[in-house]
Design a binder for this molecule. Structure first.
Ligand code: NAP
Length: 241
């Protein structure tokens, strides 16, 4: 059974990824930060369906916690085939309101967290492994509400590209840039804002977490064996570049 670590898998996109991958027969390490109950729900669902998973509470912004999680998963189940760096936060404050702490926290979770995951996992990865980063369309477009968020997501793409070069030919590293996806992260949208956004998206709907999980599944599979260093837009055509 192939082992995969998914950060931020208690809710939203990470939850959908964990469920999808478990259905495909991967053993999933379900990382979460504060929502024990939500994480337990994910594991319960996976086990009910006959899948295999394990919960790991860890703050991805703390290297020692990430390292402990990786070592524990490896000690229990052996080499790790895949990493999905998905955990992220979006503090909506424009540059005038954003504090230094907001900036640092965003970078620590969204960018440093992904680096820590890869760094800590490297000695334990299978010979042929696949790594996926969850970036954002705001890495390209810029964000009206957070300079830190778009900078962290653009930083992830730089990290991904360098890793793709340095870890080839054994390990593939790719990113997904989601558009607007229906999770807690957009729970601040009013109904009117949702309708407006739907009209702006050429495919006519806000994305589902499963839309992202589909592409993660592809990037972990043999079907993508000639793809590395790539960013796949999954945004319904909202941002075409
Ligand atoms: P979400 O519903 O807010 O879920 C965030 C997940 O990240 C939760 O599982 C949360 O764990 C975890 N997390 C937060 N801080 C963490 C930390 N320090 N350590 C470990 N885990 C942590 O967000 P989402 O919409 O699913 O977003 C997932 C990823 O997709 C993020 O990287 C986000 O930037 C990206 N993305 C989202 C959208 C969108 O429209 N939703 C668009 C583009 C990109 P707890 O539940 O324990 O707090």
């Amino acid at each position: 059974m192939k082992n995969i670590i998914i950060t931020g898998a208690s809710r939203g996109i990470g939850r959908a990824i964990a469920i999808r991958l478990a259905r495909e027969g991967y053993r999933v390490a379900i990382n979460y930060y504060r929502n024990d109950e939500a994480a337990k729900d994910v594991l319960r669902l996976i086990e009910q369906e006959g899948g295999s998973g394990e919960l790991y509470q860890a703050d991805v912004s703390r290297y020692e916690e990430v390292e402990a999680m990786v070592k524990k998963f490896y000690s229990a189940y052996g080499k790790i085939y895949g990493l999905v760096a998905n955990a992220g936060i979006y503090i909506r404050r424009n540059i005038r309101e954003m504090s230094i702490e907001d900036w640092k926290r965003t970078m620590d979770v969204n960018l440093n967290g992904a680096f820590y995951l890869v760094k800590a996992s490297l000695p334990y990865l299978e010979h042929h492994a696949s790594i996926v980063f969850i970036s954002s369309q705001l890495a390209f477009r810029g964000s009206p509400s957070s300079v830190a968020y778009s900078a962290s997501k653009a930083g992830l793409l730089g990290l991904m590209r360098s890793l793709a070069i340095q870890l080839a030919p054994d390990i593939r590293v790719n990113a997904i840039a989601p558009g607007t996806i229906d999770t807690d992260m957009i729970s601040n949208y009013t109904e009117e804002e949702r309708r407006k956004r739907e009209r702006e998206i050429p495919l006519g709907r806000i994305g589902s977490p499963e839309d992202i999980a589909n592409v993660v599944s592809f990037l972990l599979s043999e079907d993508s064996s000639y793809i590395t260093g790539a960013t796949i837009d999954v945004n319904g055509g909202f941002y075409i570049h």
